[in-house]
Design a protein around this ligand. Sequence first.
Ligand code: NAD
Ligand code: MG
Length: 387
Amino acid sequence: MKRLALLGSTGSIGKNVIDVVKRLPESLNIRLLSTHSRIDLLLQQCQELRPDLAIVSGLDLERDQRKRFSDLGVEVWSGCEALEKAAGQADYDQLVNAIVGAAGFLPTLAAVRRGKSVALANKEALVIGGELVMQAAQTSNAEILPIDSEHSAIFQCLMGEAHQTIRTLYLTASGGPFRDLPASEFPAVTVEAALKHPNWSMGPKITIDSATLMNKGLEVIEAHWLFGVERDRIQVVVHPQSIIHSMVEFADGSIKAQLGLPDMRLPIQLALLFPHRLDSGLPHFSFHDHPQLTFAEPDLQKFKCLDLALKACDAGGMSPAVLNAANEAAVQAFLQRRIRFDHIPPLIEEALIVHRSGGKVDAEGLLASDRWARKMVEQRIAQQGKF
Ligand code: NAD
Ligand code: MG
């Protein structure tokens, strides 16, 4: 029985993790749950799963709210440092990080430093601090198992292969809802249109990142650290059907691909059970339903965010942390209808240009760059005024 600490249990990935765990009650058990602010849903989850510990990271709880947890026999912690503390101290076998955004970085680092297995959905942790996290994992012998579908695909393609035989990692991208929309129409893109992803149902931030293709840029950086492959050996391929989740080409020219329905429960289950595979009753794929798989090159002129992410990856140092934080701030402002869809890339670009490189690339330095970039984006939005 594996005991899981699930961070971000009230989100899209978190709920899928709970679904997988409920399908495999003999193998998996959840001992910790967390939400940023959805207390009622967290309480419902506690009622059903009876963990030891629940965390509300975004709020300080009143006494009567604490009582609702203690009545269920669940200890509750609150506040922004509770996740890092729990990852570093609580009793569990595997940390499942399903938090969105930079907040996932320190808990990941804390778990990895303890040598804990980490099932990682939170790509931002590796975008910000990939070098630190991977170094810590090497030192402590912690395994990091990807939940992101592309990285799970690559991880599976690499099973049984020697690292030096990797020629190219191909990350597939659906292209998002605006794949065929001319860039001239980007200023008129509404929040509702950007939140409608053709193939996947996900949280709001990653859905907007999928519409700008920033998501694929973050995933290139994630793959670079996770698999130790140079950026110029990682290519993005637009594959609108989202059936091939990614591919690896080897030295001899042979290519392995991993296929399946676009259902996050598949990569989640593999990360939680690895190295085992079990039939948990998830829907199966039929080739007859998918007679056509197509491929195209991404348009870096139109999808500027992808281009910016590739450049930030090449620049290294603080640049990916600045890119990530500026993107988080810009996406939030777009979701709050304070800026337009086409305002997102120039704000990130400016943060990358204005940020002074240098400084020590440790957790503190990276988080200082993160804070700086968010502030810069907010200041620029305030200066621009109402659009
Ligand atoms: P979501 O918005 O649906 O859920 C996010 C979860 O994190 C919630 O439980 C929320 O309460 C918590 N949270 C939000 N802000 C927080 C903060 N500042 N501190 C602590 N907790 C916070 O997001 P999601 O779609 O489930 O995505 C989670 C992560 O998984 C992201 O990094 C995303 O890129 C990655 N991912 C998601 C999918 C998907 O299908 N949804 C696929 C691949 C990767
Ligand atoms: Mg992905």
